[in-house]
Design a protein around this ligand. Structure first.
Ligand code: ADP
Ligand code: MG
Length: 316
């Protein structure tokens, strides 16, 4: 790389954020972590031009790269502890690196996540983050624990990020609502506290990265049942409602990706516990339906099934 070589990049931007329980951190062939309980591991890759426009601000790219991974740990009810970062860069642009690192560590520090290793190479902009979390008392959530009769819930609001996509490249001044949607795309909120609070209450969980219908569909398949959801109960933000019709907002909420909210299930008798857990973690909660016998996700309006043509994002 012109300018900084890879060791200078690592030393200047990515060291000294290693966190706790690290026996050996950055600088050797691998990191050594001191773990006494079951751990949860996830990795996600963001490719410039595929997962985000390459001209997205670097601060947001750094933040998002970690956020989408923390969202996976949240869906498992795990407590994020460490991350590794494999960075492929077209060039060593110091302003870009500075902003990227500051976005990454802003979120890392909020969740006390240490960066303990990685890899730095040259090539088309690609960011892989691996995260490692711990479990409390060995408890974790899966997609497969739901059963017929469980309530289906989501955190936060749905569809905002998908509605932001066409706005990202726009030059004209955004309205307040548009600016809020763009912010939701740039800085998704991984529902870590909610996931942890739900670890002993929910029966199944998944994070909504590819669209509600697609992701709830995965949960249903792995739980061996279907779901009925009520379109009129979908949580739509005021910002989303300010930029499009209700109909279009519902489509974004059902099919749009990049929300990074949690969709989870719980027994109806635990409804009060669910409510209390989400209130403790200061997270908006909406019951959108229930698990039923059968398979697939059926969307209803006024109690009647309605066809919806949505499918999650597929790479291949
Ligand atoms: P090796 O050649 O043995 O794979 P590297 O030269 O790739 O080692 O990396 C040197 C050290 O720097 C390793 O400890 C590695 O984990 C760390 N590292 C490399 N790139 C990054 C990065 N982007 N962020 C954090 N740590 C990194
Ligand atoms: Mg290496």
């Amino acid at each position: 790389m012109p300018g900084l070589d890879e060791f200078e990049i690592i030393a200047r931007y990515f060291t000294a954020h290693e966190g706790n329980d690290v026996l050996l951190g950055i600088g050797d062939d691998a990191a050594v972590l001191d773990v006494r309980e079951p751990i949860v591991v996830a990795v996600d890759t963001l490719v410039g031009g595929v997962h985000f426009p390459p001209d997205l601000p670097a601060h947001s790219i750094g933040y998002r790269a970690l956020a989408v991974n923390l969202s996976d740990l949240a869906a498992m009810g795990a407590n994020p502890r460490w991350a590794t970062l494999a960075l492929t860069l077209p060039e060593a642009d110091e302003d870009w690196l500075q902003a990227f690192a500051s976005g990454f560590f802003e979120l890392a520090e909020r969740h006390a996540v240490g960066l303990v290793g990685g890899d730095t190479t040259r090539g088309p902009l690609t960011i892989s983050v691996q995260v490692i979390g711990t479990t409390t008392g060995g408890r974790y959530l899966t997609r497969g624990g739901g059963a017929v009769g469980d309530d289906v819930y989501v955190t936060g609001t749905l569809g905002d990020s998908a509605a932001a996509l066409p706005l990202l490249a726009r030059q004209s001044a955004p309205t307040a609502g548009e600016a809020e949607l763009v912010e939701r795309f740039r800085y998704p909120t991984p529902r870590v506290a909610a996931g942890l609070a739900l670890a002993s209450i929910a029966t199944a969980a998944i994070d909504v990265s590819d669209g509600l219908v697609a992701d709830l569909g995965h949960l249903c398949r792995q739980s061996g049942c279907g779901a009925l959801i009520d379109i009129e109960h979908l949580p739509l933000s005021a910002a989303l409602r300010s930029v499009c019709s209700v109909q279009r907002a519902e489509d974004f909420a059902l099919g749009g990706g990049d929300d990074y909210e949690l969709c989870f299930t719980a027994r109806p008798e635990h409804a009060a516990d669910v409510k209390a857990a989400l209130a403790r973690s200061d997270t908006r909660l909406t019951r959108i339906g229930q698990l039923v016998a059968g398979d697939g996700v059926v969307c209803c309006r006024g109690g009647q099934p309605v066809p919806v043509a949505v499918s999650g994002y597929m790479h291949f």
